[in-house]
Structures are given as structure tokens and as C-alpha cells.
Design a protein around this ligand. Sequence first.
Ligand SMILES: [Zn+2]
Ligand SMILES: [Zn+2]
Length: 152
Amino acid sequence: MDKNTLDSDVRTIIDGASARLLAPRPGECLVCYVFRQLGEFGCNGTHRFAEGYRDRTAPRATALLERLGSMGACCCDCEMFLNAFTLAHKPWITSMPFGELIGTRFDRDEAVDLRGAFGIDEPPSSTVYLCCRLVRRGSTQPCGNWSRIRRR
Ligand SMILES: [Zn+2]
Ligand SMILES: [Zn+2]
């Protein structure tokens, strides 16, 4: 095997891994998906995750970016969490291991900060996960974990 073959094999493996990572989970809502990807990869100043979600699960939602823009998230993914959506009163948070598979992990420090907002009484032992409450396929609505930020 020469070096070029090896390189392209490695690239195939990496592409496969990031494609898996980037794929919305079955039933995962737009907002949980973008939240999870931002936690993983950060914002690059575009709507790459919102667009990726739309392309994969709701290609007919052609007005999605327009709608996000009208909610205050006109320019990039992280604005969705500054201007448009905030965690609902009681989002689905778990510290059970299955959260690893279906949720977005919070570090201990973040979790402590979030405790008040989440109504978790005892300090989380180590990590907690925010798990999507799921939406029907083709929807671009948030699940019950999120509520709209009402702007004046
Ligand atoms: Zn951003
Ligand atoms: Zn969700």
C-alpha cells in the first residue's frame, strides 16, 4: 500500500466519522441538533448546522433561514440561542448513561450553572445530558425542551 492509498483510506474513515456525527438523530429536532453540533464544533459564522439539518430532514422547508432571521438569528447558528430559543422550564435532562447516545453532554461546571434553570435539586454527579423530546420527520419546529425568546 503506498502512501496515497493510505492517506485516502484515513480520509474515508474520518469523513465517515464526521458524517455520522453531523447527521441528525432520528426524530431529533432542529434546535437540539444545532445545539449539539455547536457544542461539538462551534459556530463558524454561518447557518451550516441549520442548513444541514434542513437538507437532511426537511428539504421542503425552504423558508427556514428566513424564519430564523425573523426570530433574530439572521446570520449564524449560535444566534439561535442568543435571540430565538432558550431552554424551556423543564427540559429533558438525564444523568443516565443512555444520555450519551441520545443527548448533548454538559460538563459539570455548566451543569451546576444550569441547575437552577433546570430545577435539578441535587448537584449532578458528573455529567448530564440534554435529550431531545423528538419531533416528527420533516418538521423544523423545536421540541418541548425549548421555548421562544419573546423580543420586545
Ligand atoms: Zn454564530
Ligand atoms: Zn429537541
